[in-house]
Design a protein around this ligand. Sequence first.
Ligand SMILES: *[C@@H]1O[C@H](CO)[C@@H](O)[C@H](O)[C@H]1NC(C)=O
Ligand SMILES: *[C@@H]1O[C@H](CO)[C@@H](O)[C@H](O)[C@H]1NC(C)=O
Ligand SMILES: *[C@@H]1O[C@H](CO)[C@@H](O)[C@H](O)[C@H]1NC(C)=O
Length: 323
Amino acid sequence: MTGSTNADRYAHTATTLANGLVLVAAGAYFNSAELYNLSTGIWTMTGNMNFQRSHHKASILTNGYVLVTGGIQNSAALNSAELYNPSINAWTTTGNMNVARYDHTASTLTNGYVLITGGRNRHNYFNSVELYNPSTGTWTITQNMSVARAYHTACTLTNGHVLITGGFKGSTPYRSAELYNPSTGTWTTTGNMNVARSDHTASTLTNGYVFVTGGRNFNTHINSVELYNPSRGTWTITRNMSSPRSHHTASTLTNKYVLVTGGFIAGAYLGSAELYNLLTGTWTTTGDMSVERTFHTATTLQNGYVLVTGGAMRNDRNTVELY
Ligand SMILES: *[C@@H]1O[C@H](CO)[C@@H](O)[C@H](O)[C@H]1NC(C)=O
Ligand SMILES: *[C@@H]1O[C@H](CO)[C@@H](O)[C@H](O)[C@H]1NC(C)=O
Ligand SMILES: *[C@@H]1O[C@H](CO)[C@@H](O)[C@H](O)[C@H]1NC(C)=O
């Protein structure tokens, strides 16, 4: 049983807490948050956030709190950040970021700090990078990325470095990728992807490689898939997805598959899903979702199922489904 969320949201976040509950927060156009218990399939409302926001990011901290940063409210970027305390089910504001931004990335580093990169505020795209110190609740500007980018991805590699890929400033996406070294606080460029893309997915696999799928180049949607070898810093094209898609999800399953769901193609929302077999490097289509979704979330649960919530679909945004 999966129930349905209490609010019909999109461009929200979903975060697995240490106790196994899934925290779904904000999105267009809510400041509410709710919790999913996978053993009962029941959703319960939890404390409201201080700000309504969508296109924000949520990061689980090493102390179990969830840090939510930035986003859009009334078409303007937010610099505010807030913390969810799972023991009292409540939100408190913490230090503001130096730069108001949405469609940025947020990565919890192995030292507990949170790295925020890029993003935009209307026509301004940012190369700026800042770090959140969870002990003081304050932000520090650190070295800029080589280019301003939004709609990019950030993945933490097994050595603790953060790999940034693609995204765009204006309209043309990048092939470029860069690496952040948390010990030195510096950026270095690494190999370019074969295909320029934004609004794609990037997932760190258990073998340390990074798996990139789909995205778009302005109005052209992309079916290509590539793998990053972190020891060589190079990219290799692997087999295409059956459908081009952007604004989709990719979830690493416990059984060596990656599940891709939904997304956007040429003005249409997708309900289709496909599975990549990491051992054979091949794709197979799997059952469609019950509705088409984009700007949705997909969370791999402790029991191996994938929980899909919300999205900008034609109707029934509060529907939830389990794969
Ligand atoms: C989830 O629900 C089960 C069954 O009611 C309950 O025993 C468990 O404590 C709940 N989990 C959390 C983290 O609240
Ligand atoms: C980052 O780049 C901006 C211009 O895009 C510049 O104004 C700023 O000083 C740079 N910051 C750092 C820390 O280098
Ligand atoms: C992937 O699809 C593109 C067309 O979208 C095609 O040009 C390319 O050859 C395909 N690549 C592979 C590896 O099949």
